[in-house]
Design a protein around this ligand. Structure first.
Ligand code: IPE
Ligand code: IPE
Ligand code: MG
Length: 260
């Protein structure tokens, strides 16, 4: 993707400012998870190749990371590539791989300056060496940062993550390091890639599709869910502020009776 093409995508993305205010800090989610969906359909609507949608999607991502940092969100988890996405045409898979690496190589200094801490959720072994090294470098460079925690789900599957945690716990029980009676929610949470992060408070899926597609199945147990019909490349700061206001107006009961 050359620089001219990138500028055209920037231009094509929806821009609008929000008349709404960002809710007060105590009404904001600590952890937001994004299923960044609709890149392909965004491109198809403009008679562009699907890869153009993914490229435009990186612009949306840049804007949303900046906004989450500014709004003091503690954790932002993004679904970048699922275990099921390997089943896409080879061309699209390799275009996505290249784009993901290029994005992190070009953004890493700015993210590091902002104090963003990058963590990868998923198994990187399956990735081409160049991609894997770039991602590992990004994690290593930002590991002591204290700002926004940015979790990037790559080759990630929620079921695979739960199986992995079950195996780790079974291993500890077999070796005698852990007692079976000590297995509880916290023990499982500690074996997830997101160990140490609060559970997801708000899950936002763009594009209008209404499903979880194997994302953070354990961590979203009591998450509020917003299905925003906007395609991901058109998702922006104004849409996020709108979604944050919807979240702030929800009554989170956790099984109890009404609180408002
Ligand atoms: C989401 O957009 C991005 C990734 C899966 C990486 P899609 O590529 O799924 O776009 P649609 O859903 O086909 O429009
Ligand atoms: C989920 O989107 C994965 C990512 C956004 C990376 P998909 O577009 O792959 O999900 P399904 O297959 O339509 O549910
Ligand atoms: Mg999709």
């Amino acid at each position: 993707m050359n620089a001219d093409a990138m500028n055209i995508f920037k231009f094509l993305r929806k821009k609008h400012t929000s008349a709404l205010a960002v809710p007060p800090l105590e009404k904001r989610p600590r952890h937001i998870a994004f299923i960044m969906d609709g890149n392909g359909r965004w491109a198809q609507k403009r008679s562009l190749p699907r890869s153009a949608g993914h490229a435009a999607g990186t612009e949306a991502l840049r804007e949303i990371i900046k906004a989450c940092d500014e709004f003091k969100i503690e954790v932002m988890s993004i679904y970048a590539f699922s275990t099921e996405n390997w089943n896409r045409p080879q061309e699209e898979v390799s275009a996505l791989m290249k784009l993901i690496t290029k994005y992190f190589v070009s953004e890493i200094d700015e993210l590091h300056e902002k104090g963003v801490k990058i963590k990868i959720l998923g198994e990187l072994e399956k990735f081409p060496e160049e991609q894997r090294l770039a991602l590992e470098k990004a994690m290593e460079k930002t590991k002591d940062n204290k700002g926004l925690k940015l979790n990037i789900a790559l080759n990630y599957g929620g079921r695979a993550e739960i199986v992995r945690a079950a195996k780790a716990i079974s291993g500890k029980c077999v070796s005698g390091e852990m007692d079976v009676d000590k297995i509880d929610y916290d023990a499982l949470s500690n074996e997830m890639y997101t160990s140490g992060d609060p559970d997801v408070d708000l899950l936002i899926r763009t594009s209008g599709d209404k499903r979880l597609s194997n994302f953070l199945l354990w961590q979203t147990w009591y998450a509020e869910i917003i299905f925003n019909p906007v395609f991901w490349p058109d998702y922006n700061r104004a849409e996020l502020i709108k979604d944050l206001n919807e979240y702030a107006a929800r009554d989170r009961r956790f099984g109890r009776v009404k609180t408002k």
